[in-house]
Structure formats: C-alpha cells, structure tokens
Ligand binder design. Sequence first.
Ligand code: NAD
Length: 285
Amino acid sequence: MKIGIIGCGNMGGGMVAQLAGAGMDVSCFDPDMDTRARMQTNGATVFDNVQDMVAGQLVIILSLPKAQIVEAVMVEIAARIETGAIVLDTSTSTPATSQAMAALGQKHGFDFVDGPVSGGPAAANSGTMTMLLAGQPSAIDRLRPVTDVLTAKTVMVGASGAGHAAKIANNMLCAANLVLVAEAVRMCEAAGVAPDGLLEGVNAGSGRSGVSEVNFPKWVLNGAFDSGFTMGLMRKDVGLALELAQQTGVNLDGFAGIADVWLNQSTQIDDSADFNEITRHGAET
Ligand code: NAD
C-alpha cells in the first residue's frame, strides 16, 4: 500500500518505521532536515515538497504539532490529494478542525478521519498505540491494514471530531492526575510514607490511574523524565480542554486549578521539558 506521512517527529517517525518495516511503500515530508535524514534510514522515500509527496498516495497520515498546522497543511495539499484517498489525522487536534477538514475532503473527493493516539513514542515505535477513530465508518474500515500495523487497540468513537474530543478529555484527565498524584506523594512523604509503598497501595485501590500505574514508576520516581512527550504539548492539550469547555458551555470548576498549574504557575519548567516534570512543581514551596 502507498502511504504518505506528514510530520515525522517523535510519533510520526515511529509510524514511518513501523509501516516501512511491514513492507508498505512509505513516503514522507517534514520541514526539519535532521528529521528527513532520520526518515531515510527508516526506509521511507523523503520528499522536500509536501504537494509532490501527497500525489498518488492512497493513505496520508498527519502527525503535526497542533490544529492550526493541520489546517495550514491541508489547505496546501487538498487539491493534490487523489480522489478516494484517506487522510488519517493522528495529531492531537480539535473537533472543529476535523469537521472542517472532513468538509474540505467532501469538496475534493477524499475522506478525513480523526485518529489521535496514546502511548507515546515507545508505542509508535512498536506498533502498539491506542487510536481513537472517528469519521466515515467505510473509510475507517479501509484503513484497517494501516491501523493493524500501528496500533494494539482502536476505539470507534463516533462521527468526525469525536476522536479529538475524546483525546482532549483523556489528556485533561492525565494532566489532572499528574498534579494530583504528585501532591498525594508529597503529602504522604511528609507523613512518613515512602512513595513506593504509597503507590502500591493506590494501584491496588480506587485511586489508581494511568499516572499512578505508569508515569510514576516509569518516568518520575526513577528520575528518568524521558517519556518523549513535552510540557509544551501537554500545555497545548490543557488549553484545548479549556477551549472545548468554553465552546460547549460546560463548567470545568474542578479542572480550573489544575489548568492554572500547567499554564501559569509552572512557568519555570520550559516547554521543551518532559511533561512529567510537572510533578516537581510545588516540591520547592
Ligand atoms: P514532534 O514535535 O516531535 O513532531 C512534530 C513534527 O511535525 C516535527 O518533526 C516538525 O518538524 C513537523 N512539522 C511542523 N510543522 C510542519 C509542517 N508544516 N509540515 C510538516 N511537518 C511539520 O511532536 P510529537 O511528539 O511527534 O507529536 C505529534 C502530535 O502527536 C502532536 O499533536 C502531539 O500532541 C501528539 N501526540 C504526541 C505524543 C507523544 O508522546 N509525543 C503522544 C500522543 C499524541
């Protein structure tokens, strides 16, 4: 199958390697020169022009930093996409952008499917991501040979935009749990309880979460802070949750303080740092 990938960073680069390794004919485009060189060694044909790259592709995967870049790239390539092709957007974007891109696809004769992912670069590099799919069911069915290579689990969430809404909710919960588990660990440490024992107890109880089961042992307690997901990307996702709540008229009273920690109180942690560094916020006070 002929596949084009646009955006070959931490996540897209892993997808390139997986699909090429599965014998697919993979082409890619990324503006970053170092990334292009890495993709060549990953077995992809590297283009220096995104419009030339998309011509003739049956499936085009996007793994881009944010919704505004998804829209800009789509406007650039829409007229060059083959009739009947499918664009799978694995970026963490917005429901409104996905719906607008699906409408653009209808105009130009291609399908646009939301497919935001979880699992980080390790899962992208091993074909074990979770993907939240939304859009036309017939297009999602036709993507099966690709999603089978890239994922350990897919969830059909609903119509266009639903995948990105669900992904924003997922990351909102992850952002909240990072702040809350860090506070629980500090509270218990101050009360004389070691983090390992506390987390073993929490993970056997109703307070457990992906953060207590995965992030703390894998990236926080051992000081590794090397998940491959940045503070900047999580701050973007916290902002997307606030934006979606505002657009839908939903009150996020509980989340407001957590969002303030990510966006305003932790500015000493750079956007380029690992997102698990947020657990250090508050330790110094
Ligand atoms: P990244 O910054 O490593 O990669 C993004 C890539 O997009 C870069 O290589 C950049 O050069 C490229 N790019 C920027 N503008 C472009 C353009 N106009 N055309 C083509 N390429 C362009 O980011 P990442 O960590 O790989 O994340 C990609 C997306 O996946 C984001 O939306 C992120 O929120 C989401 N995501 C990331 C993770 C993670 O753990 N890293 C997990 C789940 C979802």
